[in-house]
Design a protein. Sequence first.
Length: 447
Amino acid sequence: MDIEDKLLKIYFRELKDYKPFTPEEEYEYFVEYKKTGDHALREKIILHNQRLVIMVAKKYFRLRGISKLDILSEGVSGMLKAIDHFKPEKHFKFSTYAYFWIKAYIINFIDKNARIVKIPIYILDFRVKVMNYIDEFFHEHERKPTTKEIAKQFDMEEEKFLHQLNIVQNEYSMSFKIDNDSEDFINYLTLSRDSASFYEEEDRKDKSEYVSMMISSLKPKIKQAISLRFGLDGHAFRTLDEVGTIMSLSKERVRQIINKGVGIIQSNLNIEKERHMEELSSLIRDVPDFPKKGIVFKDITTLLKDPAGFKKAIDAMKDVLANVEYDKLASIESRGFIFGGALSYLLDKPFIPVRKKGKLPAETISESYSLEYGEDTLEMHKDAINKGDRFLIIDDLLATGGTVGAVKKMIEKNGASVVGALFLVELKFLEARKKLDNLEIFTIIEY
């Protein structure tokens, strides 16, 4: 998870205590604010309407090359404008009125900053609607829609639909060309699918201290800008305009300073990650000529007997999954059980064992796969898979990919899907990824 996601987590966690107003409260607070101009009351109105900003901003989080924080900040600016213009005496709902301003500010920001070549705002908005429809369709039908089905939904000829979307995609990925291959097209649109993991329960104090620690080595101006923006000084989340006013800087200059700081932090995190991975790798020993002559076996038992190393490995595997959406963990025997069990406990996800033939007691499903000399069979309990389940496969090591490929086939044959596979170690020289049909692979240590 990058620094931007960590900062968003803090922000979302802060808002859990601020419920939307009831209609009566909304009217009362707005009438009072319009009469008195009370700053504290204005801040209360802002905080209790932040969820509306998030609801609108989330629709644009998938656009490539645009900071989620910037989108959110522009949405807040739109809400501030709505508060200034709202007239409670007309007895309209504030959310209905504010939605226009929030959306307008976000789209205007995207139009000005996201591209070199300008694209009409209605086309940008159309792209977001298409992505939202893909999500709704997938939920209802448990598959992605074809381009023909999407075009029909928007009452357009397929050729015209592809042409319109091609205008947008050229601005975000000049190397990708949309054609009539529906699967490639849909995969492109959903490439930056967002995760609900932002909304997981987190301990705010620990996270705030963690981010404060990360910015402690930055230059004073960068540290101040990030602290003010994300409420690390004990104040609520501030907009770029508010930070600029406090620091006597323009909004754009504040944005540049924060982006620079985020870049430095990300670079430091990458260095720290590489150091941690080297430490983990040093705990894995090589055993030559095992299980047969000429093979160097990667023995993880030396890592497992080191409590600090094992914890670091599990924590790293957990962090990798922060933005992955899945329902169940399919863990492959036997070493996969070690990591799958620990992750199941930490992530509160069902642990589904995958075992060799004849090891499971109840009714099973099975899949056979080829070995260097012969064949083997894996099994899962039949009642462990429900139609529409999203599985993540867990094992200790990715070598040739035969085992994980068999598990993937077994799950998909029974109406569920596999969103990815996670391994502690990957032997990259065996090129297993090429054999796994573009399955998303997550690994911690690579050889």
